[in-house]
Design a protein around this ligand. Structure first.
Ligand code: ARG
Length: 458
């Protein structure tokens, strides 16, 4: 017998039973569902909608079911549709007719909205721990490589010399912003929808604030239609998760490039690489590639839920049952990626010489040569033009700017002097960039300190 079976003359078709049941995936919400029900039952007792004794029976029954589910001794039923009705059915089987009072003044519509908020709140906190660990590792590696010179790129063409610390600190800033986004989402989702009922609230004198307080919410939703039909909090999480995955993916893409034979900037630890079934020499950065690939899944989750929600009239519609698998998949994927990227980074080997060698070629000091002239009074645009011609000349001769003789320089402009060679030394180019946000070792060291503080506050 269905919990809603009263107005039906026929049983549900077996195909429909299977089609609309969500217990296969929403059983994951059992803890949130039961904790929500316990808070609801407690409040029903305290406001006198049921007796205190009935409330106690409900609460004890629910606690027993929670323990049984955790012990693995409960078999959920597809016929009982979802986690909400499975728990209610188990409760009535366990404590008898009093179990049938649990759902007073409540609907599965506000119940499921509650469960998903509770679930995401917990997973956001867990995700924040993983992101925090990753930031910590980035800061640690950066601290060790303040003077590991490497080329910086634009258009994947060598641009200007920087350090590995500077490069990795860019990612630490992205992940710190991601933590901020997770905090924002958590703050907005932390209101209780219980008491919204099916969509128009309830005539029972429920104490919404009490239930909200018991469940750790900062307040209650202000409109019962919105309370049951809002999934912004899930979408915000998915959007934040997508941006986070995009950052992970960009980082992984660089690790894939850097570990290639062409770059040889890093070697992945054997524990975080895999081989080929045919080519015996291969050591592939599969982990980084897979993180890059899994980014697509999380974007898919976001777009899927946005699409589910876009045409829905108020208030609850069954379409919204499709929210859970997207959210669960995004949580699982994101957390797995975060967990694996941190040690992969921590264990990678950095080839300082290859990086430093890369920093030298490709005229990465050309801007500094133009700046040298500008500092001696040549208008920058003219200096740019002149250095461009010198680069062309050196390219044809197959030499770097530092290998051109002073007499050749002076033939092009009398402004050039012996001190130009110090100005275009790679180390000098990096050390001289001391503005906040720049690559000089002291600036980056300060950035690391500030980021440690920021991390503590997030
Ligand atoms: N399993 C449903 C869901 O996940 C719970 C709410 C069902 N409400 C309803 N009126 N059918 O959305």
């Amino acid at each position: 017998m269905k919990l809603w079976g009263g107005r039906f003359e026929k049983t549900t078709d077996a195909l429909v039973e299977d089609f609309h049941s969500s217990i296969r995936f929403d059983q994951r919400l059992y803890k949130q569902d039961i904790l929500g029900s316990i808070a609801h039952a407690k409040m029903l007792g305290s406001v006198g909608v049921i007796t205190e004794d009935e409330a106690t029976q409900l609460i004890e029954g629910l606690q027993g079911i929670l323990a049984e589910i955790q012990a693995g001794s409960v078999e959920f039923e597809i016929g009982a549709e979802d986690i909400h009705m499975n728990v209610e059915k188990l409760l009535t089987e366990k404590i008898g007719p009093t179990g049938k009072k649990l759902h007073t003044g409540r609907s599965r519509n506000d119940q499921v909205a509650l469960d998903l908020r509770l679930y995401l709140r917990e997973e956001i906190d867990q995700t924040k721990t993983y992101v925090g660990n990753l930031v910590q590792t980035l800061l640690n590696i950066a601290q060790e490589h303040l003077e590991t010179w490497m080329p910086g790129y634009t258009h994947l063409q060598k641009a200007q010399p920087i350090t590995l610390a500077h490069h990795l600190m860019a990612y630490s800033q992205m992940f710190l912003r991601d933590l901020g986004r997770l905090n924002d989402t958590r703050k907005r989702l932390n209101v209780s929808p219980l008491g919204s009922g099916a969509m128009a609230g309830t005539t029972f004198p429920l104490d919404r604030e009490k239930v909200a307080g018991d469940l750790g919410f900062d307040g209650v939703t202000l409109n019962s239609l919105d309370g049951v039909s809002d999934r912004d909090f899930a979408l915000e999480f998915l959007a934040g998760a997508s941006i986070l995955m995009m950052h992970l993916s960009r980082l992984c893409e660089e690790l894939v490039l850097w570990s290639s034979g062409e770059f040889q900037f890093i070697s992945m630890d054997d524990g975080y690489s895999t081989g080929s079934s045919i080519m015996p020499q291969k050591k592939n950065p599969d982990v980084a590639e897979l993180v890059r690939g899994k980014t697509g899944r999380v974007y898919g989750d976001l777009v899927a839920l946005l699409t589910v929600m876009k045409g829905l009239p108020l208030a609850y519609n069954k379409d919204m049952q499709e929210d859970k698998e997207q959210v669960f998949d995004a949580v699982d994927t994101l957390q797995k990626c975060l967990i694996v990227v941190e040690p992969m980074l921590r264990t990678m080997q950095v080839h300082k010489d290859a990086m430093a060698w890369g920093a030298k070629g490709g005229f990465t000091n050309a801007t500094d040569l133009a700046d040298y002239l500008a500092k001696k009074g040549v208008p920058f645009r003219e200096a740019h033009e002149l250095v461009g011609r010198i680069v062309l000349h050196c390219t044809k001769k197959g030499i770097g700017l530092e290998e051109l003789a002073l007499s050749d320089y002076q033939a092009l402009s009398p402004v050039f002097d012996q001190d130009l060679f110090a100005a275009i030394g790679i180390e000098h180019c990096v050390r001289a960039r001391k503005l906040i946000g720049g690559p000089s070792p002291e600036t980056v060291a300060q950035g690391i300190q500030i980021s440690h503080e920021t991390l503590k506050q997030l």
